[in-house]
Design a protein around this ligand. Sequence first.
Ligand code: AMP
Length: 513
Amino acid sequence: MNIANWLNDAGRRWPERPALFEGQRQVADYATFAAHVRSRAAQLIGEHGIAPGDRVALFMKNSCEYLELLYCIWWIGAVAVPINCKLHPVEAGWIANDAQARLIFTEGGKVFPPEMLPQGCCELNEADSVVCASFDATTLEDPCSRDADDLAWLFYTSGTTGRSKGVMLSHGNLTAMSLCYPLDVDPVSPDDAVVYAAPMSHGAGLYNFIHVRCGARHVVPESRGFKADELFELASGLGDLMLFAAPTMVKRMVEQARRQGYGGDGIKTIVYGGAPMYLKDLQEAVETFGARLVQIYGQGESPMTISALSRELIADRNRPDWASLAASVGRAHSCMEIRILDPEHRPLPPGQSGEIAVRGPTVMQGYWRNDAATRQTLVDGWLLTGDIGFLDHAGYLTLTDRSKDVIISGGCNVYPREVEEVLSQHPEVFEVCVVGEPDVQWGEMVVAFVVPRTAGSLDESLLNAWFVERMASFKKPKKYVFCTELPKNSYGKILKTELRLWLKEVANGTAVP
Ligand code: AMP
C-alpha cells in the first residue's frame, strides 16, 4: 500500500477538517491539503518527468509546503530523500548525488536538477530546471499503487566511516511504524495537533503519517524551528499539542516553563528520545509538565520504533523501582522483538549486557547502494543496532553504552570520524582525534585533540574558520586540546578511552602531554 493513500482517504472523509497550520493560522483543511498534493504531483511529472521509484530530495527548513512536497513525491510513487537542513550545502550535495536524486527542492521553492549538483559541489543557489515528459493526469486522481516493500523514504544517517548511509525505508516500514504509535506510544485523536519543532527530515517528520491517518492537525511554528516560549503559546492557542523532542529540547522547555510559571496547559504529549535523558532532567520534566512525557527508542534503521516507556510509568514517581525503570528505554513496541547478543551473536539472558538486535516490520530494507554495510547490519533477519544494553525479566531494555562512537550533542548526532576527516585536512594538523565530553547544556560536546605539525602553529580560531567552510557548524568542536602526541595501542590505534581520562585531567587543571 502507498502511504499517500492515507492523505487521499482523509481528504475525502473529512474534507473540512483543519489540516495544516502556520503558527496558529490554519492554511489548509484536508480537502485542500489533498488537492494541493494532487495538482502538484501532476506538475512534478509534467514539468520534471518524475516517475515511480525516482528519488527527489528536500533540503529545506520545516514548512507546510515540506509536508505537501513529501506527499507529492509519494503520490506519484517516487522516493523522498529528506536532508537535514542544518547540514552544509556540500554535505547536502553529496547526499543528493549518492541518492541519485533527479531533483532537489531547496528554500524558496527552488528546484534543481541533479546535474546542478556534481559531487561535492554546492551550487544550490543557481539555475533552474529541467526535463519535460508527457503525463496522464487521470492517473493522478489516486496515489500510484505501491507494494509494501517499495521504497518511500531514503533516510540519511552519518556513518562511523565518515560517509553517510541511505537507510531504505519502504511504504510497509512506515505503515508498521505508524500503526505502532497509537498502541505503544500515545493514542491519537482528530483534535490532536502535531507540532514540528524538530527537523521534519528526521523523527518529527516521521510522526506525520499517523496524524494524517487520524485526520489530526499539523502545525509548523512561525519560527520554523524550536523555541520553547513559542511552543507554549501554540499550546495555549491550539490545545492538544503533541511534539517529538530530543532530551536537550525537553530540558530547555523545562527551564523556560519554570521562568514563566507555565505548567504544560494545552500540551497533550511530549515524546522524547534519540539520546539519553538523564534522570535528574526527567524528574524535573515530570515535576514541571506532569504526566505528559513518553519515551521512545529507535534509530533510522528501525525508525522511532524499537521500544517505548509509557506516560504512566514515567509519571509514577512513587513506584519503588521508578529510578531504574525511568532510566530504561521501556519495552518492545508491539511489532518488535528485541534480543541481546554476545560477540558471537548468541542470545544472552536477562541482566547481561550485549549488542541490542531487533526484528520486525519496521526494520529497513538495507542501505542504499551499500551491500557491504547492509550485510554487516542485517544478520540472519536481525538488525544489529550498534547499541549496547540489557533486558530485565519484565522486558524493560536499558541502554548502557553505544558501541559506535557517535557523539549526541544537542540532540544531533555527530560522528567523530567525519569531524576528524575535515580537521586532518588542515595543512598544520599532524594528528587529530575527536571524542565526546559529557556536558550539562548539550548532553555531550565535541572535543578535538590536535597535534600540530609545528608547536604553536595552530589555535582555536584558525581551526574553527577551517571547519565552518567545510561542515555544518553544529558539528564544530566546542573545545580543542593541543598536545604533542596521542596515546596509541600496540597496533598504532588511538586510545579514545585514554583521551577521555585526559579530558578529566584538563578539567582538573593538569597539563596533558
Ligand atoms: P538516529 O539513527 O540518528 O535516530 O540515532 C539513533 C541512536 O540514538 C540509537 O542507536 C541510540 O544510540 C540513540 N538513541 C535513540 N533513542 C534513544 C533513547 N531513548 N535513549 C538513549 N539513546 C537513544
